[in-house]
Design a protein around this ligand. Structure first.
Ligand SMILES: [Zn+2]
Length: 118
């Protein structure tokens, strides 16, 4: 198998708990598998996740549809939201529709107000 990072030849390097063969690249010192069962690492997974969020799906339903962990869904949503916050400032002199979402964070003493821009 060729390395996914540098395309050099790899050597066999043991197996996972599931019995899948692992490979080791001597050039970049990375261990990897030919295929992965858990598909959350795929780049198109973030695109699908954003589409499902826009459709109004919840965390658990997205988790069931994409067959990834709910914790992974939450982490990805937060990661994507942080990137959006840094990269896309709100343009001035434009009209926006603003929806409000009022929620509890942890307990009822800590509340948070979020604005969703459309
Ligand atoms: Zn390599």
């Amino acid at each position: 198998m060729d390395c996914k990072n540098c395309n050099c030849k790899t050597v066999r390097n043991g197996s996972t708990v599931n019995g899948t063969q692992r490979y080791y690249c001597r050039e970049c010192k990375l261990s990897q598998q030919a295929t992965y069962r858990y598909q959350a690492y795929l780049p198109e997974m973030n695109t699908k996740l954003v589409q499902l969020i826009k459709e109004g799906c919840g965390i658990r339903s997205i988790s069931r549809i994409l067959v990834i962990s709910p914790t992974t869904v939450i982490h990805r949503v937060l990661l994507i939201a942080r990137r959006l916050y840094r990269t896309t400032p709100i343009a001035m002199k434009r009209t926006y529709e603003v929806d409000e979402l009022f929620t509890y964070i942890g307990n009822k003493k800590k509340t948070g107000m979020y604005c969703l821009l459309n």
